[in-house]
Design a binder for this molecule. Sequence first.
Ligand code: URA
Length: 213
Amino acid sequence: MAETPSVIVVDHPLVRHKLTRLRDRATPTSEFRVLMREVGALLAIEATRHLPLVETVVETPLAPTAGWRLEPAPAVIPILRAGLGLADGLLDLLPEADVGHLGMYRDEETVRPVPYLERLPEGLGARGVVVVDPMLATGHSAAYALDLLFARGARPEATVLMALVAAPEGVAEINRLFPAVRIVTAALDERLNEKSYIVPGLGDAGDRLYGTL
Ligand code: URA
């Protein structure tokens, strides 16, 4: 795992292998969807590292022993559309989570997010929060989402941004605006192109996930 204070790149061999399949333009939607979910589960290990626990006692068949329970229930917040595919893998490992949805699409001219849906769980201030945005490109959508979540009570130091692929520009923007937010990603790519797509990236994650190319 490669780590700077602000971004954790999960470079496990399984992640590298699956990300390569996701990048491949020849990978069909059916496989893309499965891979996205699998990488979501692999990134979940790092994205959930700082979730709060409470101590408990459990009875094994032999004796009582000390244990831990995830509490309060974390909140997983996918940014629609593509966040849904990556969040599914996280939720496979974290069925205790409550899920909030933030809908926004990118205005292709301004490359700014246009919001259309907000549905969030209560009590964000007490929870660990994982925001799921597969392509951290300009950082505008993630920044919009984080701003909104902090206005609704979420705490920056308890919030993680989970991305499949990140561009240096997006990472810099999130670091600048929200230095306490940790970013967990499978890859830090080279740059953005003139349309603000990540290069080499994997194309439009939502289109590839849902077959709307
Ligand atoms: N959104 C995508 O789906 N892909 C990119 O490269 C950038 C934003």
